[in-house]
Design a protein around this ligand. Structure first.
Ligand SMILES: Nc1nc2c(ncn2[C@@H]2O[C@H](COP(=O)(O)OP(=O)(O)OP(=O)(O)O)[C@@H](O)[C@H]2O)c(=O)[nH]1
Ligand SMILES: [Mg+2]
Length: 447
């Protein structure tokens, strides 16, 4: 068998988890590599990780090890990080894990050091390489930023994707609006592409964040969230509301905003208040599945859903289309972006009121009527946000497989990766059989 090349293009709405999936794939490869490295160590009579945990670790100062791990970004991605750090200290004659990876041609560092606290901008290329017997599997491709990605979809199909590429379409299964938006746009672009007689790449759909979907699909939790959000909205109407949110650049800095009692609440405040109630009330807030960033996207989805529930039938479609444009333009929360003036705000040059008025302008049309809201509305909004199962049926129209994944915990990612690698290796094997066939025939002729 020859080297195998697998080209992947990751596409989908912002925050659906494209970059996280890529990181998880790299972690799975790293785990495999760690097993081989471990086998090499055992041949050199170094204690195995299990032995080390039992015999050596209790005698060590873990702070020393943590200092080494801090300096080695790759080690943070393996459960045996402390063991590897110890090895560096205690057995300097043995090749370190990172050097060994380089020696073996296993390239993963660029992917593993990506930061998902920020959106991917535009397009990032990636390449992973790892051994497959005596050859290599090269996984390369493009990780596209999700903001307004569908504006560029036709160019992606026409420019980047080759017939042999895999287009991985990533959906956030906890956000119906985002899924619905992606599915329709994708259907449309693919139809147009095929009408022009072009060969489409293989499309593989991924319903990601299934852990978050499961978390929200719980009757008791839905009841509590409805209660908290409804109480907060009543408070905003009757007494005004004070909420907090993290600064978009300075992660440790918290910004506080107050609003006067009102019956008409702008979208930007509505989503921020929902975020605030989650932050205040949920005891496991900040940890997966409801990480701080996920709380922001849940808040945005619920705010959009609540707003849609108040729309009369006759202008629903138009309103929905306009709302979708603004909610996919940037990551939530809107108040964190304050009209692009964040740097000036950092220096205190522009007062908050003025900054907020820029956000208001963008969301001008999107105002929630606090006089009409009921607790049942909030409950309904949560239920609608996670009703993504029906979209799966549509997905099967253009995707051979639909994978369900949790990119943080890893569920479904091995299946996905094995599927992709299997497709390409069998193709490569087929080609090499054909080549051998041709060579065989040639030599017969010469005889
Ligand atoms: N609970 C949960 N959170 C996830 C999952 N996948 C990604 N996330 C979180 O969702 C956020 C966005 O993930 P990214 O991987 O940056 O999403 P993306 O699609 O690359 O986003 P853009 O680059 O903005 O288009 C991060 O905070 C991740 O930790 C998942 O399967 N489950
Ligand atoms: Mg990304």
């Amino acid at each position: 068998m020859a080297n195998v090349r697998l080209e992947i293009i990751l596409l989908g709405d912002g925050m659906s988890g494209k970059t996280s999936i890529l990181i998880k794939i790299a972690e799975i490869v790293l785990e495999q590599a760690m097993e081989e490295y471990q086998a090499m160590l055992v041949r050199r009579e170094i204690p195995s990780h299990e032995e080390w945990l039992f015999r050596v670790k209790p005698t060590l100062d873990e702070r020393e090890l943590e200092k080494i791990i801090e300096r080695r970004p790759l080690l943070k991605h393996v459960p045996q990080a402390q063991y590897l750090a110890w090895l560096e200290l205690a057995e300097p004659q043995i090749i370190g894990f990172e050097d060994w990876l380089k020696r073996e041609g296993i390239l993963l560092e660029d992917i593993l050091t990506k930061d998902t606290s920020l959106a991917t901008l535009g397009l990032e290329t990636f390449e992973m390489r790892f051994p497959l017997g005596r050859h290599y599997l090269f996984v390369s491709g493009y990780d596209l930023g999700g903001q307004n990605v569908y504006d560029h979809l036709r160019n992606v199909l026409a420019g980047l994707a080759k017939p042999e590429s895999y287009l991985l379409i990533v959906f956030d299964s906890s956000r119906y609006i985002s899924c619905e938006n992606s599915v329709r746009q994708l259907e449309d672009s693919i139809k147009k592409f095929e009408q022009r007689g072009k060969a489409t790449p293989t499309i593989v759909s991924i319903m990601n964040k299934i852990d978050l979907h499961r978390y929200l699909d719980n009757a008791k939790r839905q009841e509590s969230i409805s209660h908290w959000v409804f109480e907060a909205l009543v408070k905003a109407r009757e007494e005004g509301y004070q909420y907090q949110f993290p600064h978009v650049i300075k992660k440790d800095e918290v910004i506080e905003l107050s609003i006067e009692p009102t019956t008409k609440l702008g979208f930007e405040h509505l989503e921020a208040i929902i975020y605030d109630t989650l932050r205040r009330n949920i005891h496991d807030f900040g940890k997966p599945p409801l990480t701080e960033l996920n709380a922001r996207s849940v808040a945005r989805e619920l705010a959009a859903r609540l707003l849609l529930l108040q729309q009369p039938e006759e202008n629903f479609e138009q309103f929905y289309e306009e709302l979708k444009k603004v909610i996919f333009e940037e990551r939530p929360l809107a108040v964190q972006f304050m009209g692009g003036f964040k740097l000036k705000a950092l220096r205190g040059e522009i007062p908050q009121d003025e900054l907020l008025s820029h956000v208001r302008k963008k969301f001008e049309r999107f105002v929630f009527d606090l006089e009409r809201v009921t607790k049942d509305d909030v409950h309904m909004a949560i239920k609608k946000s996670i009703r993504t199962e029906q979209l799966e049926r549509d997905l099967r129209l253009f995707s051979k497989r639909v994978f369900k994944t949790n990119a943080l915990g890893g569920e479904g990612i091995v299946d996905l990766f094995v599927y992709l690698a299997y497709q390409e290796t069998t193709k490569a094997e087929q080609k090499s059989i054909e080549r051998a066939d041709v060579r065989g025939k040639g030599s017969l002729k010469r005889l």
